[in-house]
Design a protein around this ligand. Sequence first.
Ligand code: UDX
Length: 435
Amino acid sequence: MNITMIGTGYVGLVTGTCFAEKGFNVTCVDLNEDKINKLHNNIMPIYEPGLDKLVEKNVADNRLSFTTDLKSAVSKSDLVFICVGTPENKETGHADMKYVYGAAKEIGEALQGFTVIVDKSTVPVGTGDAVEKIIKETNPNADFAVASNPEFLREGSAISDFLNPDRVVVGTDNEKAKSMLANLYKWASDEGFSVMFTARRTAELIKYAANAFLAMKITYINEIADLCENVEANVEDVALGIGLDSRIGKKFLQAGPGYGGSCFPKDTMALVRTSEQFNSPIKLIQKTTELNEARKLNMVGKIKKAFNGDVKGKDIAILGLTFKANTDDMRESCSTVIIPELAKLGANIKAYDPQGMEEAKHLIKADITYCDSKEEALKNADGLVILTEWDEFKNLSVKEVTDLMKGNLFIDLRNLYDDKIMKQDSKIKYVSLGR
Ligand code: UDX
């Protein structure tokens, strides 16, 4: 089968490359000529561990190619995946569908022979119907079916998530489309992974319901962490104690400074808006979004408290800017809220991140110093704050830190260190979450 991926962003590029790795012929299309030229030279538009090697290998094996020519790619394809962005409309909270609808129209103009158009972008319930209508209007004679196949890839571990999926969800009522998609994911069924077929609208909702549930789980443990601090309990033990119950599960119970990224904040808002639109408001998720936003600001209060109530004139080293480790993605990262607020309160910020610095310069609206290494950020600081769980921040030695800093405050908002050991060390004042 020939496959076209429309959009070589995170989802399209990773998924297309992995389909090629599984033996299919894949063409990745993007409007952005610069991006396509760079991909021809094996320069990745995003940082994702292992992606460059996998792209290089599949291009060399002639299974993966890149082009700006949508028409030619689509006309030769059996399956066309829509993988364009659905950014949040900041005024309405709804997902902005202009790129999906634009892609649908262009696909409609190019279709030849029976083709399955598969929506992989995260889209509100009913988008499959809208895409179908646009294609029919554009090309009344087209022979096609529209299916939904949401992605569940995590940035930083996307390739392994694709190759070892907890499940694959396919939404379609069309028998021919079903059999082609079953063929596409035969490797997954053969390897024992669950491949689930359902109706298109249900598949669309599964994606939002999954992300919103995970966001809620994180928000729950964050609130439990706050309570732990007040009742002198330990959030890590609470997370383990509840997580060992298989009905709850251990994952996504790591207390932190508030979730970010390109998915959770946008998808929770979109689900809230869809639920209101259909007169079935999901208040748990509405509250989750509010609590998570508030948490990012609450972290400023926590940092202030650690500095005895005032950060004015304090030199603070911030370690980690991206919304999580192993990505260069800064979208909705807590750093974009915490750092400007600290700067507003008069703190002097020196920040370092292994991958996110370039993006950070655009997204952090504050006058801060960007450093080339953690050592440079730590030099002469009154205290340090860890915001992201990069490996290189996991093994700082207290001696190294205190030798570099003039102060001794060590604020760990990812609970990377053993608090018993750190609290026993008289050379530093250690602050973490819920312990
Ligand atoms: C998420 C979903 O996990 C993935 O299935 C979907 O396809 C896209 O959205 P991603 O945005 O890459 O993936 O990041 P994820 O690993 O889910 O983390 C999201 C945020 O939650 C990060 O800011 C992370 O630091 C935070 N988080 C995660 C916690 O604070 N605690 C946890 O226990 C887990």
